[in-house]
Design a binder for this molecule. Structure first.
Ligand code: ADP
Ligand code: F6P
Length: 358
């Protein structure tokens, strides 16, 4: 058992509901193990500045149910330089922080790896609404984001039904269409467009027209923000105009954007955040690091960060020369299986969404 005196915890990248539940669980677990946990203010930028905050009972009061991140978050591209990382290591040493727990997405995990290899053992927790980390079935924040999305879409449905309109709804998710797919299924959207699956625009418009001819009044079309026009602009707005022009149905456009990133975390997000955080503290004290906590087939398990990051690149067809060299045949087999599992999951969700939209 490694004796840590102090663990730092930071939230980085886009905030996600459930990040505060992670912070609370890390502080509670650490306290129970006789370890002092401190918060880093503002992600890696705060780490470089040595900006730390005590996680007092007062600070954490009600944190488990709060949206956003009480530690604040920043995107800090400067952290990628050696000088910045050494500055962050120095801040940790000066504050006697022995280890870090870093909550965020893949960028955040790269930072955690960099800290581990510079002498500050670190573990990542997946906190992002996008659910775009290949190594884990689930990222903290997704459930809250899709539930908020559905609340908004239900409201739009009401008014669409009243006025016999169609609403195209664009949702976040970066290059991952999961928020759009779950929301499409749960709202009975008549069409869904996500970056992972080729979108047959003509077929979708014909389907919408046929539904109107059969008497359907209100309709929802879900589009993931990763769907872009050739010039990089939002495809969702283009699609709205095309549907109206080609069907004669009055169409409205709504971009939900950051609204679904806020709000109180659901039970699912609070519980997963707490489980992952507690396990991360335990693993650090066992001398383990450079890991990301994942949910695989319902279990919380640690996964090597390097493996997780390369699995992401494999999934996105962005492998670079030499990326796979460090892994054993068995590790590569597991990576390929993980990538296949995710592709199959997206394909299945797309199929269900399509079947549901009739
Ligand atoms: P996310 O963690 O949600 O993917 P970002 O990609 O913005 O969000 O990354 C969050 C932060 O992690 C960045 O602002 C930066 O401080 C740090 N980071 C990202 N990429 C790297 C990298 N290659 N090396 C070190 N730190 C990184
Ligand atoms: O990664 C979370 C996310 O909300 C994405 O869905 C979205 O593309 C991006 O962050 C938005 O980033 P920002 O908060 O910097 O506008």
């Amino acid at each position: 058992m490694t004796k840590f005196r102090k663990i730092g915890i930071l939230t980085s990248g886009g905030d996600a509901p459930g990040m505060n539940a992670c912070v609370k669980a890390v502080a509670s677990k650490a306290a129970a193990m006789g370890i002092h946990a401190v918060g880093v203010v503002g992600g890696y930028a705060g780490l470089m500045r040595g900006d730390f905050v005590e996680l007092t009972n007062e600070k954490l009061s009600n944190a488990i149910g709060m949206g956003g991140t009480l530690l604040y978050s920043t995107r800090c591209p400067e952290f990628k330089t050696e000088e910045a990382m050494q500055q962050a290591v120095k801040s940790c040493r000066d504050a006697e922080i022995d280890a870090l727990i870093c909550i965020g997405g893949d960028g955040t995990f790269r930072g955690a790896t960099d800290m581990t290899f510079r002498g500050i053992p670190s573990i990542g927790l997946p906190g992002t609404i996008d659910n775009d980390i290949t190594a884990t079935d689930y990222t903290i924040g997704l459930d809250t984001a899709i539930n908020t999305t559905i609340q908004m879409v239900d409201c739009l449905r009401d008014t669409c039904e009243s006025h016999a309109r169609l609403n195209v709804v664009e949702v976040m998710g970066r290059d991952c269409g999961q928020i759009a797919l779950y929301a499409a299924i749960a709202s009975g959207a008549v069409a869904v467009a996500v970056p992972e699956v080729p979108f047959d625009e003509a077929a979708a418009i014909a389907h919408i027209k046929a539904l109107r001819d059969q008497g359907k009044r209100g309709m929802i079309v879900m589009v993931s923000e990763g769907m872009k026009n050739a010039d990089g602009s939002a495809y969702a707005e283009t699609l709205t105009k095309k549907i109206e022009a080609e069907t004669g149905i009055e169409c409205k456009f709504a971009r939900l954007a950051h609204v679904v990133r806020g709000g109180k975390p659901t039970v699912r997000d609070r519980v997963t955040a707490s489980e992952m955080a507690v396990k991360a503290v335990e693993l650090l004290t066992e001398g383990k690091s450079n890991l990301v906590m994942c949910e695989l087939d319902g279990k919380i398990v640690p996964v090597d960060i390097a493996w997780a990051l390369i699995a992401d690149r494999m999934y996105k067809n962005k492998l670079k020369e030499g990326d796979l060299d460090r892994f054993t045949a068995e590790e590569l087999k597991a990576m390929e299986a993980m990538v296949e599992k995710r592709r199959a999951e997206i394909a299945n969700l797309y199929q269900v969404a399509t079947d549901n939209g009739n």
